[in-house]
Design a protein around this ligand. Sequence first.
Ligand code: SAM
Length: 269
Amino acid sequence: MPEPSAVPSDIDLSRPSAARVYDYYLGGAHNFAADREMAEQAIAMWPDLPLIMQANRAFLRRAVRFCVAAGIRQFLDLGSGIPTAGNVHEVARAAAPDARVVYADIDPVAVTHSRTILKDDPRTAVVQADLRRPDLLLQLPEVTGLLDFSQPVAVMMVAVLHFVPDADDPAAVVAGYREAMAPGSFLVMSHATHEGQPQRADEHQTLYQRTATPMSMRSRTEVRALFDGFELVDPGVVYLPLWRPENLDEVDENPERFTGLAAVGRKVT
Ligand code: SAM
């Protein structure tokens, strides 16, 4: 497979990146040899990984549809990744053509490809930013220009907070966004967990030490605590396929094999 063309000149191609490894799991083409090598190693250890990533994307789509049905028309997608089928703006606009979306990611390849795809779309914006700094991110002109935080917004943290170690205080990071969100806003989150398959989870975390964003899987109790200040929408914090499945085919009889937890919280006041 040829290397992707629009590659920022300042990236280290010898080091795998979480964004590009994930792209490979999902069958995308925006990844390099180091990413593919790490992804293949991970899949050899844990053949369910591509399935888990697909379940994560399916949760994202269901959660966006849920938010649109609840009246949300603006989305901030943090750690949005490399564009793939069913991006937030595509899913939202199927029901709400006026939906506005800001995509934010720390990875330069994810940002470059997002910008290429969205350059002619005035109701989307893409920023390269570190979600750990809500104070800076929320002040970026692309964000303030497109999103009105005095109105309800959906803040998406899908498969990203496990890249924020305890030392960087993920609860404080979430609180930084929560304080800016109007009542009626939603927090959408999925998060890797070691519950269910602890040994595989440990091996997986070890692999991610190679990337710039090592992984910190968390327990259900820890994930629930990240929703402090939000009211959890039914069914609460559950394995990925169990969050409001739209058809029963999505529900596996061993949901713990998905090792990802999903939840949506509503900011009430
Ligand atoms: N949210 C997408 C999804 O669920 O399909 C992509 C998830 S991907 C596993 C994680 C993404 O988070 C990567 O694109 C990575 O670059 C990004 N990321 C990791 N740490 C980040 C940070 N501190 N700020 C912004 N993005 C970050």
